[in-house]
Design a protein around this ligand. Sequence first.
Ligand SMILES: NC(=O)c1ccc[n+]([C@@H]2O[C@H](COP(=O)([O-])OP(=O)(O)OC[C@H]3O[C@@H](n4cnc5c(N)ncnc54)[C@H](O)[C@@H]3O)[C@@H](O)[C@H]2O)c1
Ligand SMILES: O=c1ccn([C@@H]2O[C@H](COP(=O)(O)OP(=O)(O)O[C@H]3O[C@H](CO)[C@@H](O)[C@H](O)[C@H]3O)[C@@H](O)[C@H]2O)c(=O)[nH]1
Length: 466
Amino acid sequence: MTNIKKICCIGAGYVGGPTMSVIAKKCPDIQVTVVDLNEARIAAWNDEDVNNIPIYEPGLSDVVAEARGRNLFFSTDVEKAIDEADMVFISVNTPTKTYGAGKGQAADLKWIELCARQIAQVAKSDKIIVEKSTLPVRTAEALKDILHNTGNGVKFQILSNPEFLAEGTAMEDLDAPDRVLIGGDSTLEGQEAVQALVDVYANWVPRERILTTNVWSSELSKLTANAFLAQRVSSINSLSELCERTEADITEVARAIGTDSRIGPKFLKASVGFGGSCFQKDILNLVYIARSYGLQEVADYWEQVIIMNDHQKRRFANKIIQTSYNTVNGKKIAFLGWAFKKDTNDTRESAAIYVADHLLNEQAQVAVYDPKVEANQVYGDLNYLRTRDAEENKAGVSVFDDPYEACKGAHAIAVLTEWDEFKDYDWQRIYDSMLKPANVFDGRNLLDSKKLRAIGFNVKTIGSSL
Ligand SMILES: NC(=O)c1ccc[n+]([C@@H]2O[C@H](COP(=O)([O-])OP(=O)(O)OC[C@H]3O[C@@H](n4cnc5c(N)ncnc54)[C@H](O)[C@@H]3O)[C@@H](O)[C@H]2O)c1
Ligand SMILES: O=c1ccn([C@@H]2O[C@H](COP(=O)(O)OP(=O)(O)O[C@H]3O[C@H](CO)[C@@H](O)[C@H](O)[C@H]3O)[C@@H](O)[C@H]2O)c(=O)[nH]1
């Protein structure tokens, strides 16, 4: 049986960094090296001041402080780490393709393939390769093809071990996962590899929570889990629009249906729309895979989750415009929040980006405050859309490090992220500093709207006609 002594993880991002930190913490006998091509990112992981690590995630810096230099290392020397490891996790990005066949839907696997080729080139001893990145079903077949054709006699076993952590709660999720999923081949060697990875997790995860399947089920379960979760958000958001027309209240409806044990209370929070690097990308990928097998109805079914989410973001922006007497031209609209959810500095696919883009098309002046997102990230996100040039984005958007300054002189405030601190602001002070009527568009149903209305605000929430 393989006893894992050294792990290498390729990709020091939102998944590689936290997952490997937790493995290092829980398995002090295993040496874990996280490698990345991005020198700045590795330098930040190695920063003496642990508060400067590149990812904000509650609890992460403590774990890094404990394990770094002991059995957790961050490096740009990819080849050395691969060469020395018994087990190599691939945790690189798999974004939606922006070119060629499958553009806008399929996952771009070029970084995965590069990893496989590099491993094939460097490895001198047998290794277990673990797919940690989210991948289309049957990707392991391509990896096998590359790895098994080196002709140098080195043997590889490929496992699928998708990650289910959610940002903002990554450390809790890793510490006590609902389940760990490991897919491997049914051959003897395949099952030995599965057991080796089970043994790593068994250092802290109860055995009954470690599920083993074949590789394809494991790969597809990851896309399926995200599709189901995102579908719940789109389902509740679709009904939020109906609530706004019928005097039903989406929070009450969610509570009423969530008490049915078959439905359950989680993931029923109506919002300005889901964001994050995973949901949209993974559903588009599922849609693409279904279409590539000729399963039109299956593809159309899941595509609707994305269509509804796009609608929800646009609808929120349109509500701001309509309430502002149908024009936001030259008006200051303050954004509280830019991250795609609270407790993370990640802004990928954040609803805020799309709402801002829509308002900028109407020539609004957008003023952004987010406790964890820097100005260059905000501009970078907007520039990436290529709706207008960087100069125009700069002219239309200002980024503040004080929320009261962001709101001063604004016609309206839009809450885009559910940061807890927004609830505790001095809302009377904000009201006094704004133009009247002072509108608040709460895209997260976060604030105490009764209190705000008593101050004099005009408050619009998601899924209520008030
Ligand atoms: N972000 C999440 O919450 C989350 C959760 C579960 C699964 N996933 C999946 O995990 C994967 C990684 O996501 P992420 O959010 O960590 O991405 P990320 O972009 O934050 O990190 C990926 C890192 O891989 C590095 N990289 C790319 N190619 C490389 C190569 N050939 N050699 C060395 N380094 C290389 C990049 O420089 C980058 O730093 C994706 O497939 C994603 O779908 C993400
Ligand atoms: O009731 C809800 C729940 C979530 N959201 C939004 O949905 C998005 C995604 O939230 P969440 O799923 O909590 O964060 P992610 O980090 O994107 O995590 C998802 O995507 C990861 C990457 O694949 C998976 O590992 C996780 O299991 C899966 O929850 C965010 O914009 C949330 O604000 C809502 O609007 N309403």
